[in-house]
Ligand binder design. Structure first.
Ligand code: NAP
Length: 282
């Protein structure tokens, strides 16, 4: 099995193209899952303040015995904390919960254009501070639409290193991805297997059978060949291993096209729409 490729971000830092997501892993299960993932070979973990398991992500990394510098750790600012002072406090909380003095990547989790008078620009400027003082080696956004990215470009100094958006065969999200490609913003594809919803699709199961791989491997490989960064979540060790075995085969262009043709546009979205999502923790 060949090594996980790295993607070079617009700030010169590199990120492993395949990582491990921890959304919806209970805090009490997270340290073990993260240690297991590191044992399998993952060197990139994607968490968030909203997931409530940053502390346990840090514990799992320490328990694995790996050097902090050898694992790429991402976290994200929670929705209730967009005011710059709140963001500063929240970022300190993230570092303290993880038990690290820096994160590799820190993101604004949602743009929340209907909250805070639509002002995610001052939130972004707070993230620029964390980047400038070295505590966030890279900074980026999540769930930003093209108009949100255009506002950051017009009103701030730093182009986000990544935009983490929902992408899978039922929502290829190509317009936002293409904006990213044109402006040096790497796309991270969240819910890469649509939380399992794409795995029984006849197009995918047929390709999987033909090439002797599993449906999850086919879909994750499709993302890799499109150039996106992925971090499938699983608490099941056999699936963690399965999802890591993506680099000893390649999909034919025809198979890539057939999977891309499964796109359902907006109807394929499984998560909330970034234009309207406004949930703030109680
Ligand atoms: N920025 C955002 O707004 C946002 C939103 C959603 C997700 N994310 C990030 O993206 C990561 C991945 O997305 P996700 O967790 O929503 O969904 P996902 O990775 O697409 O799917 C996870 C689900 O698929 C199952 N699964 C995993 N591998 C499998 C396999 N090989 N075969 C069959 N089933 C498999 C898992 O079950 P088991 O765990 O039971 O094995 C789990 O139920 C998250 O963990 C998080 O880091 C970000």
């Amino acid at each position: 099995m060949s090594a996980v490729p790295s993607i070079t971000l617009n700030d010169g830092n590199t990120i492993p193209q395949l990582g491990f997501g921890v959304f919806q892993i209970e805090p009490e299960d997270t340290a073990e899952a993260v240690s297991e993932a590191i044992e399998v070979g993952y060197r990139h973990v994607d968490t968030a303040e909203m997931y409530g398991n940053e502390r346990e992500v840090g514990q799992g990394i320490r328990a694995s015995g790996i050097d902090r510098d050898d694992v790429f750790v991402t976290s994200k600012l929670d929705n209730g904390l967009h005011e710059p002072d709140d963001a500063r406090g929240a970022f300190e909380g993230t570092l303290s919960d993880l038990g690290f003095d820096y994160v590799d990547l820190f993101l604004i989790h949602w743009p929340l254009p209907t909250l805070y008078d639509g002002d995610f620009v001052s939130t972004w400027k707070a993230l620029e501070e964390f980047h400038n003082d070295g505590r966030a080696r890279s900074i980026g956004v999540s769930n930003f639409q093209i108009e949100h990215l255009e506002r950051l470009a017009a009103e701030t100094e730093t182009v986000p290193a990544v935009n983490q958006i929902e992408v899978h065969p039922y929502l290829t999200n190509d317009a936002v991805r293409e904006y990213g490609q044109e402006h040096g913003i790497a796309t991270e594809a969240w819910s890469p297997i649509a939380q399992g919803a794409v795995l029984e699709d006849a197009v995918i199961t047929e390709i999987a059978e033909n090439i002797g791989k599993t449906p999850a491997q086919v879909v994750l490989r499709w993302h890799i060949q499109r150039g996106d960064i992925v971090f499938p979540k699983s608490v099941t060790p056999s699936r963690m291993r399965e999802n890591f075995q993506l680099f000893d085969f390649e999909l034919e262009p025809g198979d890539m096209d057939e999977i891309s043709a499964l796109d359902q546009g907006a109807g394929g979205r499984t998560g909330p729409h970034p234009e309207t999502f406004a949930r703030v923790p109680a």
